[in-house]
Design a protein around this ligand. Structure first.
Ligand SMILES: Nc1ncnc2c1ncn2[C@@H]1O[C@H](COP(=O)(O)OP(=O)(O)OP(=O)(O)O)[C@@H](O)[C@H]1O
Length: 276
């Protein structure tokens, strides 16, 4: 973490603190050190992208943060409490929208489901579902079934379900990897606008360098496994971003080049890099 980012994390409230996280997978007489030593903090309200080469342990990191996997060493602290199971106040959007939505439930019921588990009264649930579907531009398809929608629309439903839950932190694991380029650009803009409007702290994992730079306020670059944080880059692009102007700016190209160089370094020095 750079000096400026350390200062900003101490000035603002740290929501997520990953401290010396290590993960070794054991089984079938084999042991794989997926993550060696990850340390970083995310302040409340931040939008942080995590990028790294394939197999860098990005999904492993997200699963540990989401309490779906226990780290072998170190800890994940969310809102001051060590994570030891799926924490309340967290929502996750996965890449495989097709598998994350229930095909026998309408769009509205899919979005409402976690709110029932939260035991919210019916009127409040309806209000939250309506607002979330409206926010992702799908208010008119609430009675449709997921399989009647395009891939991009299904991923919007998954996003609506996440925001209807009113999470304190939103984790996104390569959420747009399976949609076409135009839909992907639209969904990126949707994430930026929702983040602006709702101010929800977001950790967005992607292997796409351009996507990370376009979306993030910060980009964490991970090394190849066994993984460490190679760099923590502040994205000093203007807050108002659009696909055409932002992506064709000189500063965008510079930042993209900086992240790309780090990823190349990660690939070349496989297994031999020291944390930043
Ligand atoms: N259940 C498991 N058992 C053993 N090894 C695993 C398991 N899950 C992941 N790994 C290994 O841990 C390392 C990190 O995997 P992970 O899926 O977290 O990486 P990733 O950065 O998300 O990859 P990608 O970008 O390709 O999706 C890889 O070497 C992978 O083979």
């Amino acid at each position: 973490m750079s000096e400026t980012q350390t200062q900003s994390a101490t000035r603002t409230e740290v929501l997520l603190d990953v401290r010396g996280m290590r993960k070794v997978y054991e089984g079938h007489g084999r042991s794989v050190e997926a993550v060696r030593d990850l340390t970083f903090a995310v302040a409340r309200g931040d939008l942080v992208c995590v990028v790294g080469p394939s197999g860098a342990g990005k999904t492993t990191l997200l699963k540990c943060i989401a309490g779906l996997l226990a780290p072998t060493g170190g800890e994940v602290v969310l809102e001051g409490t060590a994570v030891d199971g799926p924490p309340p106040g967290m929502a996750v959007v996965f890449q495989e929208y097709g598998r994350s939505l229930f095909p026998w439930m309408t769009v509205r019921r899919n979005v409402e489901l976690p709110l029932k588990q939260k035991k919210l009264p019916k009127a409040r649930r309806s209000e939250l579902v309506h607002q979330a579907l409206e926010a992702v531009g799908l208010a008119d398809v609430h009675t449709a079934y997921p399989w009647q929608l395009s891939g991009g629309m299904q991923q919007r439903v998954a996003i609506a379900r996440a925001i209807a839950y009113e999470p304190h932190i939103l984790l996104m694991d390569e959420p747009f990897a399976a949609v076409d380029a135009q839909t992907r650009a639209d969904l990126e803009d949707l994430v930026r606008s929702l983040w602006h409007r709702l101010g929800v702290t977001t950790l967005f994992v992607t292997h796409d360098i351009d996507e990370a730079v376009y979306l993030g306020q910060r980009v964490l670059v991970l090394s190849s496994a066994p993984t460490v944080v190679l760099d923590d880059i502040a994205i000093d692009l203007p807050e108002e971003r659009d696909q055409l102007t932002t992506r064709s700016s000189t500063r965008f190209a510079e930042l993209r080049g900086q992240v790309f160089a780090q990823i190349q370094r990660a690939k070349q020095q496989r297994g031999a890099v020291e944390p930043a």
